[in-house]
Write a protein that binds this ligand. Structure first.
Ligand code: FES
Length: 122
């Protein structure tokens, strides 16, 4: 089980929800289920409106993450994924800070998810 804490200026206070281990839903699905209003349009990794900042909490090293080609392209177009950062992600299994909520699969690690409430702005 993982704790996922959502933080945004549009929320009255931070909201922590529990994600069941082995559940392969996206972070956007988890947010919707808990009435967390992360902006979203395409829900398919193409528009960039669900841009979020993810920080792994706790003492364990972050789990390696896999970005889909769509997510890589959309983050690059939005200036959130440089070539150097992409190389680091791919060679060192180092997860990027900026992600798309509709592409991020929740895993068994505690995370802080920050979003502005404005589409495409973290
Ligand atoms: Fe369009 Fe996530 S909703 S990229």
């Amino acid at each position: 089980m993982a704790n996922v804490t959502f933080s945004s200026p549009i929320l009255e206070k931070d909201v922590t929800v529990y994600a069941v281990a082995g559940d392969t839903k996206t972070l956007l699905a988890l947010a919707k289920k808990n009435d967390i209003p992360i902006p979203c349009q395409c829900q398919d990794g193409e528009c960039g409106s669900c841009l979020i900042k993810v920080t792994v909490l706790g003492d364990n090293p972050p789990l390696a993450s896999h970005l889909t080609d769509k997510e890589k392209l959309t983050l690059s177009v939005n200036g959130k994924l440089s070539k150097a950062l992409l190389e680091k992600i791919e060679t060192k299994d180092s997860p990027p800070s900026y992600r798309l909520a509709c592409q991020y699969i929740v895993r068994d690690e505690d995370i802080l998810v920050e979003f502005s409430g404005e589409a495409g702005v973290e």
